[in-house]
Ligand binder design. Structure first.
Ligand code: NDP
Ligand code: PYC
Length: 343
């Protein structure tokens, strides 16, 4: 073990033990065994990689939505083979990740045959980081792009009221000399989860993230959460990408736009009820040299001109550390998770 500082008031847990603890929690709060396993793996992976806004921080929201009957933790997703390169899934009001899992083998088979395949998921709840939905494809030599819309809280560029969700885009591509290239980013200036964490910790946000209930710029996360809203990143450019995410996640799939459901009608509901699209490409069908060699060359050139790190590198570094030294949880979170598993 390294001598890296670990806070005294904390608990260190292995990735496997955290996954198992979370699996028990989901199981005890109304999910099927399969859904519990899929969500536990997803949530523990986020905590392992330091994606803290979408790790155990989200457990309260998952359980609240389950208890409210807003999301179905037991439904079995219905996979439909609708074209040479098109797979559809009706998630049945359940979580998106089991829908991805149910369709994955067919999607990969189609991508390898046709060169490209689309997975269109509707009637689904996505409450997680998006990178776990694309990274595994790149580990199999494929290129993957995913989008998911969330809940109305982002004001389109130049507009006066929120309409879009925080709508992330995630991309993954194989690379010859290292871990896959992966980026995963909200199209809002900041993820909603990070606003909640800043409010909890009493931190002020950088300028340009959001507005208060009167539409005035604010750096106070509590004012954003209390009737205010977020802004897209990068002005009209981020706003256009957020619009694209709405179209691909909802219009294409048959899911809800971020503004088409109202969580306030179901007390306790926290998970956005929308849709998700994943596009998978087999780069071997391209006309260039081996894709992974070419992506390695691009990375080499990026470093040569001064880029300090690749997107995804912070996570990979944190992953390695967590796998070697364990995942550090606060004592408070540890006691809370144990109580949820045994209640
Ligand atoms: P960040 O702004 O923290 O990071 C966005 C991307 O940029 C990451 O791939 C990150 O890599 C990379 N990056 C960050 N800093 C640098 C740098 N200095 N150099 C190079 N690359 C860099 O993410 P967001 O706050 O936008 O999103 C956080 C999470 O919230 C995401 O996982 C997203 O999927 C999730 N989310 C989920 C939603 C949902 O509906 N399910 C809605 C909105 C957000 P690295 O990870 O290595 O830091
Ligand atoms: O952090 O913006 C967010 C978010 C929305 C849904 C899940 N995470």
């Amino acid at each position: 073990m390294s001598s890296t500082h670990v806070p005294v008031d904390s608990q260190t847990i292995s990735f496997g033990d955290l996954t198992e603890l979370l699996r028990q929690i989901f199981l005890r709060h109304g999910t099927s065994a399969n859904v519990a396993a899929v969500l536990a793996q997803n949530c523990a992976s986020a905590e392992r990689d330091g994606s803290h806004s979408h790790g155990i921080f989200r457990i309260k929201g998952y359980l609240s939505s389950l208890a409210a009957g807003w999301v179905d933790g037991r439904v079995v997703p219905q996979v439909e083979d609708v074209g040479a390169g098109f797979v559809r899934v009706d998630a049945g009001g359940g979580f998106a990740q089991p829908a991805v899992q149910a369709a994955k083998a067919l999607l990969i088979e189609k991508a390898r045959t046709a060169g490209i395949a689309i997975l269109a998921i509707r009637n689904s709840h996505h409450f997680a980081a998006l990178w776990p939905d694309v990274e595994p494809f790149a580990q199999e030599g494929l290129v993957a792009l995913s989008v998911v819309n969330s809940m109305t809280c982002v004001v389109p560029h130049d507009a006066q009221a929120p309409l879009f969700g925080t709508n992330p885009i995630a991309f993954a591509a194989p690379r010859a000399g290292g871990q896959p290239i992966v980026f995963d980013m909200a199209t809002s200036a900041i993820a909603h989860g990070d606003v909640q964490i800043a409010a909890r910790e009493g931190r002020t946000l950088p300028p340009g993230m959001g507005v208060d209930r009167a539409g005035q710029p604010t750096r106070d996360p509590a004012a954003i959460l209390d009737g205010g809203a977020l802004l897209p990143f990068g002005g009209y450019k981020g706003s256009a990408l957020s619009m694209m995410v709405e179209l691909l996640s909802a219009a294409l799939t048959g899911g809800h736009f971020s503004f088409e459901f109202d969580m306030s009608t179901r007390p306790g509901a926290q998970t956005p009820w929308t849709g998700q699209t994943i596009i998978v490409i087999d780069p071997d069908k391209g006309g260039g040299q081996a894709f992974a060699q070419r992506s390695e060359e691009l990375v080499r050139q990026m470093y040569r001109v001064g880029q300090q790190r690749m997107p995804g590198d912070r996570r990979y570094r944190q992953r390695e550390k967590s796998l070697q030294q364990g995942i550090v949880l606060s004592a408070q979170d540890w006691v809370w998770l144990k109580s949820l598993a045994h209640c």
